[in-house]
Ligand binder design. Structure first.
Ligand code: BYC
Length: 308
């Protein structure tokens, strides 16, 4: 670690490092999968074929991100089915941001711009995270997140050039998503129990507050170009610091949402539980098929790969 070399699956590692990596990667994977729901609700209501195609592609990308990340967790000895059970039983977390409702199509644009924008800010440094499989998964994820952010911004720009009602929808969505987006970076550093150890292990490369500041600095000029107001009266450029000053989100709200009491928590988990139950027969059929084909291919061949 001191030489900045990557830790790979077969390397020795302290139990605490392995536990922390499984915790973070699993939460991240759960966030990608649960994160399909708020935008997925708008696929059937997208206003044009072009918007529908873009949204479908984006939501499918999120599924792919979840799958790379579950695979990265498996390299640490975790079992994907077990991680899913822990999510459904409320024993593992997923990002607070996905516990808010999507009320209009402008929310799809704002999720792309602000939520994917925050995710990029957080994830670009994770490409240099110390655990090899996680860092490598993050490179591809970040490329796809850039497309997500751009499609959101382009959608909003189109609406801002539309009718007064469309501009109102965009401003309303920005007002609702701004503070929850800032909460995505986690609690303030002084209240973050994991940051110091994760920085020492080079899992995290920046603290929660550093990344939040970077996000605000990056977003303010984009908001001005769009013509929307960010709902924070304390937001202003600080010449001395060379950064924007900004207000604090409601940290009690973050605690409530993380502990299961957000506006959409129950619905998101119910839907995930139903999808897991509905898919059980597919998983058992695929497992039975893999056993049968590996037997037919004989010893030393690898299941479905052997068949290919
Ligand atoms: N929400 O000590 P801290 C996406 C938890 S999806 C929920 O600072 P840490 C997308 C934290 O886990 C991208 N929980 O923790 C998908 C810890 O709890 P435990 C999602 C949160 O780990 C679809 C406790 O609070 N991105 O982009 O050092 C559509 C104390 O926090 C939150 C990732 O998952 C939160 N916001 O730092 C569109 C990024 N914040 O586990 C878009 C990867 C904190 O001790 N994760 N907690 O019980 C990370 O970078 C870090 O885990 C965090 C937290 C910065 C989130």
């Amino acid at each position: 670690m001191a030489r900045d070399q990557r830790i790979e699956p077969a390397d020795e590692m302290p139990d605490g490092y392995r536990r922390t990596m499984v915790r973070q990667i699993a939460q991240h994977a759960h966030s990608e999968i649960i994160g399909m729901q708020p935008e997925g609700e708008w696929i059937t209501r997208a206003p044009t074929l072009r918007r529908k195609a873009i949204l479908l592609a984006k939501v499918q990308d999120e599924a792919g991100h979840g799958l790379y990340l579950y695979s990265a967790a498996e390299t640490l000895g975790a079992d994907r089915g077990d991680l899913t059970r822990r999510l459904i039983d409320g024993k593992q977390k997923y990002s607070s941001i996905f516990n808010y409702p999507t009320r209009s199509f402008a929310d799809v644009g704002v999720i792309g711009w602000l939520v994917d924008g925050a995710a990029i800010c957080n994830q670009v440094p994770l490409c240099r995270s110390s655990y090899g499989p996680y860092a490598r998964a993050m490179i591809r994820i970040c490329k796809e997140e850039s497309f997500h952010q751009r499609q959101g911004y382009e959608l909003l720009m189109t609406m801002m050039h539309g009718t007064p009602r469309q501009r109102e929808m965009v401003q309303d969505a920005v007002d609702r998503w701004w503070w929850p987006s800032l909460m995505m970076f986690g609690p303030p550093d002084a209240q973050s129990p994991n940051t110091a150890q994760s920085m020492a292990w080079k899992i995290k490369r920046h603290t929660n507050d550093e990344l939040r500041q970077r996000f605000v600095d990056m977003t303010v000029p984009q908001a001005a170009a769009l013509g929307v107001t960010l709902p924070d009266p304390a937001l202003r450029w600080n010449e001395e610091r060379g950064h924007h000053d900004f207000g604090q989100p409601d940290w009690d709200e973050l605690k409530r949402v993380i502990s299961g009491d957000g506006p959409m928590n129950r619905r998101r988990l119910d839907r995930r539980r139903r999808a897991d139950e509905d898919g059980a027969w597919v998983r058992s059929a695929a497992a039975a098929h893999a056993v049968r084909t590996s037997r037919a291919a004989g010893p030393g061949t690898g299941g479905l790969d052997g068949e290919a």
